[in-house]
Each structure stands twice: as structure tokens, then as C-alpha cells.
Ligand binder design. Sequence first.
Ligand code: TPP
Ligand code: MG
Length: 369
Amino acid sequence: MTAMLQILEKDGAVVGELPGLDDGQLKELFVHMLRIRVLDGRMLKLQRAGRIGFVGTSTGLEGSLVGAASGLEAQDWMWSGLREGGAALVRGLPLAEYVAQMYCNSNDTAKGRQMCNHFQHKGSNYPSWSSVIGTQITHGVGAAYASQLRGEDVVHSIHLGDGATSSNGFHSGMNFAGVWKVPAVFVCVDNGWAISVCSREQTAAESYADKAVAYGMPGLEVDGNDVLAVHAAMASAVRRARAGEGPSLLVLKTYRMLGHSSSDDPSKYREDSEVAWWQERCPLERYEAFLTQRGLLAAGEREALERSLEAEIDAVIHEQESAAPMPLRSLVEDVYEEVPRHLRLQFNAFLEVAERRGEATRGDGAFPL
Ligand SMILES: Cc1ncc(C[n+]2csc(CCOP(=O)(O)OP(=O)(O)O)c2C)c(N)n1
Ligand SMILES: [Mg+2]
């Protein structure tokens, strides 16, 4: 196991080779990270106010998300684990679609049929999430194999959590990917926890990166709170895949600062001191220090950026909150060319219940997971 790749120290000092990004690109990474942080805060507040049903935050993971997404090319595909919504924003998922999906309203491109906080975006090659752990791994490998057979210039980044390394999909996906040498990068976001299972108890391997050896591909541990290290590692693994040299596994060492979801209380299973240790290594503060030292961020500029991101996000929230819900009839549309009898019967029975009990109302924000 080689040492973990790191470019920035926790105080922002440069300790590795900087990737070839210009000043504008360096600053853009920061704005993307900050947008995710602000958006998370806003979504959590909406959930606590009972206006949306469920939120799984990415607070603390901003360096991993933005670093990985920025290492891909526009034509590439990204397959989600449980927290890549912010990475999708970097690749072109419109903020309005993100928020519409949180409300499951009539602007939601999944037509309210997905659980909220499970995004997708056709325009940037981003298939819908699945909450079922690890299923995206074999789907992504199959799609990467298809790209290879078609001779397309496309790389597939397949994201997964530390918990997903124990899924069947991880083993079969990694195995087929290695055998076929598909153009894929596996991005394991080791955020310390799989709900209440600590990452150290998920495997007896010294590092998740060691798992790559068994499947005949390189594995690398990366400081996931160092956006530049993640970007550099991703760009290099993507280049390798694009050149036909096969897949790699990147393990991004980071930390989920908040609960597993808006329904979770992490104080039940982890110590405050652990959270404080990671707070010291906050990806945003580290990168802010780096940009400030290079003269790319002026005093007070972060606060100004935050205010403008809040305004941007609030405007979108107002727009989406007043959008109509999906019409009831949409429940039986779009699956078959003509609505079959059994669905028509179910739909009529449903209408009858709605008539007796009244229309569905907004949820109270409770979700049992
Ligand atoms: C097949 C399957 N088993 C169990 C669950 C319940 N579950 C939901 S999230 C989760 C933990 C996921 O942890 P990890 O892969 O580390 O992702 P993270 O939530 O940390 O991003 C589990 C066990 C599930 N959704 N699917
Ligand atoms: Mg995890």
C-alpha cells in the first residue's frame, strides 16, 4: 500500500505537486464546494420545517465530490453512491432540477416516482441513484463494457460508499471490470461510517485500496478532504481508463460530518472527539486557506460568496415550492403505451380512496430510515 495522496496540508500549505489548473479553475472548485455546503444547510432546514421529506447531507464531503467530478470530461458518465448530488451539480445538473427533485413536484424529471434526494440528469450522463447499496456498481461496469464494445471515448466513474464494499455488486463489478479492462474508475468514498457501522469494522483489510489488488487493478488512497489531491488522482485514473489501460480504484478518505440522513442521530454511536478531529480537517477551510495564501481569495470574499449562493438557492427554492405537485393520473402514465386494465383498476380504486379521504397532503418530514 503506497502512502495516501495529499497535495494540501490541513493549513492549506502545498506538500505535493499541484494539478495544472489555472487561477479561474482553482477558484471555481471553491465556489462549487461552497454551493454544496450552503445547499445542504438549506435542505436540512426545509426538512426540519416539514417542507421536504428527507435529506442525506454531504457536509464534509465537498472536497471528494468536487475533486472527483472535476476530473471527468463532459462526455463521461457518473454513477452515484448515496451522496453525489453535489458532484452532479458540478457536471451540469441544474440547481432547479435538484430542488424540484427534493420536492418531488411537477418539475421533477423523475416525475415524483423516486424517493426525494435521489437525483438523475440525462444531459450530463447521470443515471438515477438507487438506495439499494451497490447496485450501481454492476450497472456502471456493464455500461462501461458497452462503451468499450462500441469504441466510444467515454469513461464511467462509479461511486460507492465504504459500506458498499461489502455488497455483492462490489465484488462482481470489480471482477468483471478487471477481466474486461473496462474504461471505469471506482470511487470509494470512505466517509468513516455506513450508518452506525464504523469504517474500520467494515473490513479486516488494512486499506480499502488493497482490495484492488485481488481484481488486478491499481488502488490508491487519497486525502478526500483535499480537493486538489482528489482532482489530480481522478484526472490521472480517468486518463488511464481513456487510454484503454483499464479500471482503477480510488479510496477517498473523508468524513460524514452530520447524520446518515435527516432521520439519524449520530451521537448514539460516535464520539464528539472524532467529529472534532475531522472538523480540524474541514475540506472547505483547508482550500480557503490555500486560495487565500495564493492571493486568489480576498478577505471577506468567502462571506460574500456565501451570501450570493444563499440568494441563488433561495430564489430556486421559492420557485420550486410554488410549483404544482405531480397530477394523480401520472401514476399510471408512461410505463405502457396504453394503460393496461390492471393499472386502470388500481388507479380507479385509488381515486375512490382520494375522494373518501381527501387529496394527499404534504408530509410531516418523518421518514423511518
Ligand atoms: C442492500 C442494502 N442493504 C442495506 C441497506 C440499508 N442501508 C442504507 S444506507 C446504508 C449504509 C451505506 O453506507 P455507505 O456505503 O458507507 O454510504 P454512506 O451512507 O456512508 O454514504 C445501509 C446499510 C440498503 N439500502 N441496501
Ligand atoms: Mg460511508
